[in-house]
Ligand binder design. Sequence first.
Ligand code: CMP
Length: 148
Amino acid sequence: MGKETYQEMSSSTEETLIVVKPDGVRRGLVGEILGRFETKGFVVKRLQMLTMSKPQAEEFYSVHKEKPFFKELVAFITSGPVVGAVLSGKDAVATVRRMVGATKSWEAAAGTIRGDFGLGLTDNTIHASDSAESFTKEQAAFFSKTKG
Ligand code: CMP
């Protein structure tokens, strides 16, 4: 077996969290967005629609608590239902982030979710964990009231 084949087989199945934000849910994009990840080959391991409470949102976005946009971010993410999904697959954190695109939707490349579906910043359709550590914290915050 060649080296590449061995690395491909042995490495890097991981999990990440995506959250379709209130703008994405309001605009009816949940199916389209989840479909993109499923079509790519990711497996949906957990899935939940909920409306975040203020404390839950502050916990979820705690890494940004010193940022000037924190209040606006919490107000927006609690403004309506969101859909969170744990996705499993090869290199999930980095691959999903590439599919999501740049934070500023107007700069996000065509073919990415933000590039194809919006022009916003706070309302940029979707959140995705930026590291394995963020995934662990964000999953705990998002599913804090959920069993399983
Ligand atoms: P998200 O991937 O959910 O992570 C933090 C969010 O903060 C980001 O997407 C944006 O929606 C939001 N945000 C609002 N203002 C800014 C800003 N000036 N810079 C970066 N992110 C911002």
